[in-house]
Design a protein around this ligand. Structure first.
Ligand SMILES: [Zn+2]
Ligand SMILES: [Zn+2]
Ligand SMILES: [Zn+2]
Length: 366
């Protein structure tokens, strides 16, 4: 149940407290600039597009293609302008406070679909399962073939507001010799939680979302201070996955998808998992598209990194996908304080997303 009362509170992200959010729902009433919508491009093929079929010579050579190179539906190529590369091996340099690490790594582009204008929520479940399977496969190949790699970040930018420079739907993969700060913090914090409570914090969050309801009373007067209905953060469930609108997240429409059974490593997912994941992803993206009238977003995967320091994190870390729709541009307050402002309460956002399209099975979300 969403509240009509304006919310003004700082919410602490339970997994990474440094990523907390200021929810100030009254701010949504202040005058706003007309949002720039990007019209849906449903063209099948564009002659000048380097990612369209028939233009393969406009990209670096194919690394992998599915189902095969000639009839490809998904294709992976080297990024033409890689942010990390394998050619300049200068080593690491330290001078006083200046520390430089070699920009070693791999940067690849995954052309998600052979059709130019198709968006994720329009792709078939089979296609999405194939795409997710290819993410897994390529991650695995890079880990196996290059022992310097500590993390493979798979992500997608969709729409100019999310930093996509080419319209044709694509994802990217950056394999790097370091663990990104966000992942490091999550793995570290969840391990601390595990040491204290002997339970994975992500599993605890899922358990709470599925079962927990409480009323907090004022001890002296007996008045109701706060009603907690954690189940309201569940957007959708499938057999093996759950989509949650986090109670404290930086982006207003942010949604996380997690396997309901504990699993630390995305590379361990099975074909059955992928088929079910694809179903949930498609429906979650349909919801975002409907509510935002065309979503511009980033999504990325967080999975347990490869390094000695985190060898013992299989029980404490839980892989997931974070989807961050980009509806506002961070302001000086946000950059200066690190505290992001959300002008819609996460409860209202969750309710809107839940109501956007009918549930497949009404028993799935109570
Ligand atoms: Zn294209
Ligand atoms: Zn877990
Ligand atoms: Zn994460």
């Amino acid at each position: 149940m969403a509240t009509d009362k304006p919310v003004r509170e700082i919410r602490i992200n339970p997994i990474t407290p440094s990523e907390s959010v200021l929810v100030a729902s009254e701010r949504s009433l202040r005058p706003q600039k007309e949002e720039e919508r990007v019209p849906h491009d449903d063209r099948e093929h564009v002659d000048s597009c380097p990612f369209c079929k028939g233009n393969e010579d406009k990209t670096p050579p194919t690394i992998t293609a599915l189902p095969d190179e000639k009839n490809w539906e998904i294709r992976i190529v080297q990024n033409l302008f890689p942010v990390l590369g394998t050619e300049s091996d200068q080593g690491n340099i330290s001078f006083g406070l200046q520390q430089v690490m070699d920009g070693y790594g791999h940067h690849e582009v995954i052309i998600d679909h052979h059709r130019h204008g198709i968006e994720v929520h329009e792709m078939s479940e089979q296609h999405l399962a194939m795409l997710l399977g290819l993410y897994r496969q390529r991650m695995e190949e890079l880990f196996t073939s290059d022992e310097r790699i500590r993390y493979v970040l798979v992500f997608k930018n969709f729409g100019p507001a999310a930093g996509a420079s080419i319209k044709h739907t694509h994802s990217q993969l950056i394999a790097m010799p370091i663990i990104p700060e966000n992942v490091y913090n999550e793995v570290e914090h969840s391990r601390n939680y595990y040491r204290k409570y002997h339970q994975c914090i992500f599993c605890s969050l899922i358990d709470e979302a599925l079962t927990f309801e409480a009323t907090i009373y004022n001890r002296e007067s007996g008045e109701v201070r706060h009603k907690v209905d954690v189940g309201q953060y569940v957007i959708e469930r499938s057999e093996r996955f759950i989509a949650i609108k986090p109670f404290a997240s930086r982006y207003e429409w942010e949604v996380h998808i997690l396997p309901t059974q504990h699993q630390s490593n995305f590379m361990k997912v099975t074909e059955e998992d992928l088929a079910d994941f694809a179903k949930l992803l498609k429906r979650t993206m349909q919801r975002l598209d409907k509510v935002l009238s065309g979503a511009q977003y980033n999504y990325y995967f967080h999975t347990v990194p490869r390094c000695d320091e985190f060898k013992d994190c299989d029980a404490s870390y839980h892989w997931h996908m974070e989807i961050c729709p980009r509806t506002t541009i961070p302001s000086g307050f946000e950059l200066g304080s690190g505290l992001f402002i959300s002008t819609i309460s996460p409860e209202d956002a969750a309710e809107k997303l839940r109501n956007a399209i009918p549930l497949v099975d009404n028993d799935q979300v109570d």
